[in-house]
Each structure stands twice: as C-alpha cells, then as structure tokens.
Design a protein around this ligand. Structure first.
Ligand code: ATP
Length: 375
C-alpha cells in the first residue's frame, strides 16, 4: 500500500500556551483509506488536520503528502482540499458558481482548456445536486449546503479530502443521510479521506482506520472493530463504547481463567491475560451491553468457581431507551457500573434496590493500571 499522508513527530505549541496542542504525533494514512481522527474536544485533532492542510504551521516535525515534505508549502499549493463544519459557501454565489470557484481560482486554474461547466456538473452529479445548480446557498437545507461544499472540494480532484467535523452542524436525520453519502462517495471515487470527529459512532461507521487522540497524543490506531473491541488503553476503553473500568488486582494467573480481586474482595475470573503477572494492579474493562443480571444469567461454565463474576450492586439510575434500558449501578466498593439490558426481560427494578450482576469471562478485558509498569 502507498502511504499518501504522513506526520512525523509533529509538535504544535501555540504561542503563549503551556502545553503542546499536538505532542509529537506520527501517523501514516494509506491511499484509498477513510481515516478518522477521533477524540474529545481540545485533544489536538483539528490542529493536526489544519497542519496537513497548510492552515496552521507546525512547531517541529514534518508532514508529507504523496511522499513530499509540505512544511513550508502554502495551503493553496498542497494537493489536498478541506471541507469545514460550517460549509463556508459564498452566500452571494449560486451553487454552480460556488463549485466553479475552486476550479477558477484554486488548484484547478492551472489546467489549460478545462471545461469548467462540465467539471461542475460532474461534481454536482457526484453529490446528486445537479438539479439545484442555480439556487443560492440560502435556498438549500444544511445537508444540501454541505453536499455543495463537498462537490466544491471534490471538483479540483485533490489527492486527499480533509473533512473537519463535516456533519456536526447537521441535525440527526440529515447527519445519517450524509454519512451514507460519504460512504457512497468513498466507494465510488476510491479517494483518500481524513476526517476529524468527536463522534465515535460516526468514526466507527465510516472509517477504515481510526486514530484516537487524547491531550495531544495518539492513544491507539486501528480498525473500527479493533478500537471498539480491543481498546489498548483505559482512555480508549472509556471514550469508545462507554466501557466500564473497574480497578482490581490480578490475584492468580494460570489454567484457563485467571482471578482478579476487586477492592470489595469479590473475585472476577477472566480469560488468561497473556502479558500480565500475578500481583499487578489492573483495570477490568467491559461494555455495558455485556453485563447481565445475575438472577437471569444463562451463563454458568463448569470452570467458573462458585460465586465468581457476580457482583453485589445497588441501582443508582434507570433510563428506558426503548428496546434497551440503561442502568447505572454502584458496586460494594463504591465504583460506578453501567449496564445496557434488553428491556423485554428486565425484572422490575427501582432506584436503591440491591441486586447482583454477572460479568461473563469472555466479555472482560484486562488492562494494566497506569503506573504498574506493564503494557
Ligand atoms: P475541538 O473538537 O474542540 O476543535 P480538537 O481536538 O480539534 O477540539 P484543537 O482545536 O486542535 O482540538 O485544539 C487543541 C488545543 O489547542 C486546545 O487546547 C485549544 O484550546 C488549543 N488551540 C487551538 N487553536 C488555537 C489557537 N489558534 N491559539 C491558541 N490555542 C489554540
């Protein structure tokens, strides 16, 4: 695979800032990928995207596009184009003229004999808006305006399309339609997309790979499935999939299952944690949808010790969501435990009720607690 976009040890410190907005990030985006920068507000993802686009300078390190160092090249000479959250259409120009603008004044202007009308039509066709080409932006819905912005960016045929939270200004239903639109464009054009988002479901739905950012650093890069199902750090686990994180100590390692002891003394058995040794402080990671109520649990493998993986809890919050009900429990040790249970077989529960949950061993992951010196 060809690497199209590369960041090498990129550091960005804004003037007067006490910390680095981007703190030495290296990553590679391959040709044809839909690559997302995902993370909470302020983690540096937009800054890095803007550095690729040439709208922001970097402090140290380099960015390469198509194998060439871009550090000192102005934005308009880079083979990329950017779509913004706010569409940034010219309000006084028609849809047609908005899309033509980049071809007349941007990278496209060097192409001699370019049939601008045909190129605009083609770009508007790609986003299925040809019929509206004479309208003004104010006569379009938010989703349509964003499709014009996409057409304008695509018309100049960039090597890479950079998307800065392109869907976040749209309401939920239009956002879903636009997600499909982006997926379709990706499939049909086989272009390389890099998208900044703080919305994990958007990143997971669209991306071939996701880079999870935290406070200027890269926490994990992987496929959507990997970052969701195999988070490599406690931060990724809690940010993606809303995982539970319970602190404990690895008490016994060996056999098919190892034992983790919680501060309450309760024992949780987990599939063998390859790289961790007995005595290590750990975090037990599991998704809310894998939690079961002990009384209705159908899982009791012969290998599980009597009473293992059952935790006494109290109901702290109940939130009916339709087919699922989200519950927040408090454990004996005072930790919060989130569960998402099918509403149809949920026994009647009230706030403050004491009950017990069951954590199936195969749904549990172990991460070394920070500072334990283990991976
Ligand atoms: P958001 O989704 O809120 O935009 P982000 O992850 O994209 O968040 P950045 O916008 O890259 O984060 O910001 C990273 C850090 O740099 C933040 O602490 C932010 O306050 C700071 N920052 C961003 N732009 C500037 C600027 N022009 N001058 C000074 N500090 C800035």
């Amino acid at each position: 695979m060809t690497v199209l976009l590369e960041a090498v040890n990129v550091v960005k410190r804004y003037d007067g800032a006490g910390t680095n907005a981007v703190n030495g990030i290296s990553l590679q985006v391959e040709e044809g990928e839909f690559y997302s920068f995902l993370g909470p507000s302020g983690c540096g993802k937009t800054t890095l995207l803007r550095i690729f686009a040439g709208f922001e300078t970097l402090t140290t390190g380099s960015v390469l596009i198509g194998g060439k160092v871009m550090n000192d090249l102005p934005a308009y000479r880079r083979p990329v184009n950017m779509v913004f959250q706010s569409y940034a259409l010219f309000p006084h120009l028609s849809v047609f003229e908005n899309v033509a603008f980049g071809l007349r004044h941007g990278a496209g202007r060097q192409i001699a004999g370019l049939d601008i009308a045909a190129e605009v039509d083609k770009a508007l066709d790609t986003v299925r808006l040809k019929a509206l080409k004479n309208r003004m932006p104010s006569q379009l819905s938010g989703g349509q305006q964003q499709r014009v912005a996409l057409a304008r960016a695509l018309a100049v045929r960039p090597l890479v399309l950079l998307l800065d939270e392109p869907l976040s200004a749209l309401d939920v239903q239009i956002r879903e339609e636009m997600q499909e639109e982006l997926s379709r464009l990706k499939r049909e054009l086989n272009m390389t997309f890099v998208m900044v988002t703080h919305d994990q479901s958007e990143a997971l739905a669209l991306s071939s790979r996701v880079a999870v950012f935290n406070a200027g650093n890269l926490e994990q890069v992987g496929s959507a499935r990997q970052v969701y199902e195999e988070p490599s750090t406690p931060f990724v686990a809690s940010f993606i999939g809303n995982s539970n994180l319970l602190e404990g100590k690895l008490k016994e390692v060996g056999g098919a299952l190892s034992k983790v002891e919680l501060p309450s003394g309760e024992i949780i058995e987990v599939l063998n944690p390859a790289s961790l040794g007995a005595g290590v402080p750990v975090k037990l990671v599991f998704k809310p949808e894998t939690v079961q109520l002990a009384e209705s649990s159908k899982f009791s493998p012969a290998s599980l010790s009597e009473g293992s993986n059952r935790l006494a809890v109290k109901v702290r919050n109940i939130s009916y969501q339709g087919s699922f009900t989200d519950l927040i429990f408090t454990t004996t040790g005072g930790a919060e435990l989130k569960a998402s249970l099918p509403s149809h077989d949920l026994p009647p529960l009230s706030l403050g009720d004491a009950t017990a949950v069951f954590l199936p061993p195969q749904s549990l992951r172990l991460l070394a607690a920070a500072g334990s010196g283990e991976p």
